[in-house]
Design a protein around this ligand. Structure first.
Ligand SMILES: Nc1ncnc2c1ncn2[C@@H]1O[C@H](COP(=O)(O)OP(=O)(O)OP(=O)(O)O)[C@@H](O)[C@H]1O
Length: 270
């Protein structure tokens, strides 16, 4: 049953008659942002984790819902592998990172993270809906949703059921990827969900000796893609060991330059 009072979209919702998600009365979530890519492996989960850490550092209350049921990576990226979610039989308690970011992922419910989730689409969709409705997120300024790759069944369920305020698209500077990201952008537009902009990941590498930025995909037409799709560039992230250390190895210090890029990204989506 829908509970519009606790829904983050209550003031802007146009679909109350058709809404099919239950809003948990224990939760008060101010803004829900989905991080999407259309194509797997471009760094969607990494960007989700970095945005969450930056918002958390700025003092906001943040949660991450890992809706990638068949390829969950949030527990590892947040240094929370081998954790188990507890339930009181009705609600599920999220797992909190050391900095206080609440997370929920299917990996908190399996005995071994290598165990595959061999479920058909509707079951996967229902699990994601439960992660929204049955998890005690409490008071959150931002709930980030790490979307499954692609524009398939589960992505559609998430976008149709959860009251998403906007989508951040993650891309890498290659023509082929831009084309696939364009599909995801068009999907969001078809569903009337605002696309907040694009984060270009693995945009360049930086020489450790002379600081020169080296574009791996020089000549690719990112600017043309952005203007054709009427999209804002939220920021360009380098391909660095620092990002791997922050997201895989639990390193909490962020260099001034990466912090500056993340500030630019979150200022554009807040
Ligand atoms: N900017 C970066 N610098 C260095 N490594 C990166 C960067 N972004 C992502 N990676 C690495 O690339 C790999 C894929 O990243 P990630 O899991 O975030 O992608 P994804 O798009 O979420 O993938 P999936 O489609 O499986 O969900 C990870 O090992 C991650 O550490």
């Amino acid at each position: 049953m829908t509970n519009c009072n606790s829904c983050p979209s209550k003031n802007s919702c146009k679909t109350q008659a058709t809404c099919n998600i239950k809003n948990n009365p224990n939760n008060n979530i101010k803004k829900i942002i989905a991080v999407m890519s259309g194509k797997g492996g471009v760094g969607k989960s990494t960007v989700t984790a970095l945005i969450a850490k930056k918002l958390n550092k700025m003092g906001y209350k943040v949660g991450i819902l890992d809706s990638d049921i068949t390829g969950p990576s949030i527990p590892r990226l947040m240094n929370l592998q081998n954790q188990r979610a507890m339930s009181n039989g009705k609600d599920i308690y999220p797992i909190e990172s050391k900095e206080g970011i609440k997370t929920m992922s299917i990996n908190y419910m399996v005995d071994n993270e290598n165990q595959p989730i061999v479920w058909k689409g509707p079951m996967v969709g229902n699990a994601v809906k439960q992660f929204y409705s049955d998890v005690i997120w409490g008071e959150l300024d931002y709930l980030l949703i790490d979307m499954p790759p692609g524009t398939g069944d589960v992505a559609l369920t998430v976008m149709q059921s959860i009251p998403i305020s906007g989508v951040v698209m993650v891309s890498v500077p290659q023509d082929m990827i831009s084309m696939i990201v364009a599909k995801a952008v068009n999907m969001a537009k078809m569903l009337n969900i605002k696309v907040l902009g694009v984060v270009e990941n693995m945009s360049y590498i930086q020489c450790p000796d002379c600081d020169k930025k080296i574009k791996l995909f020089e000549g690719e037409e990112t600017e043309k893609f952005l203007s054709e799709m009427d999209l804002k560039l939220l920021g360009e992230l380098p391909m660095t060991k620092e990002i791997v250390n922050i997201t895989h190895n639990g390193v909490s210090e962020i260099s001034e330059s990466l912090d500056g890029i993340l500030t630019g990204i979150v200022d554009n989506i807040k």
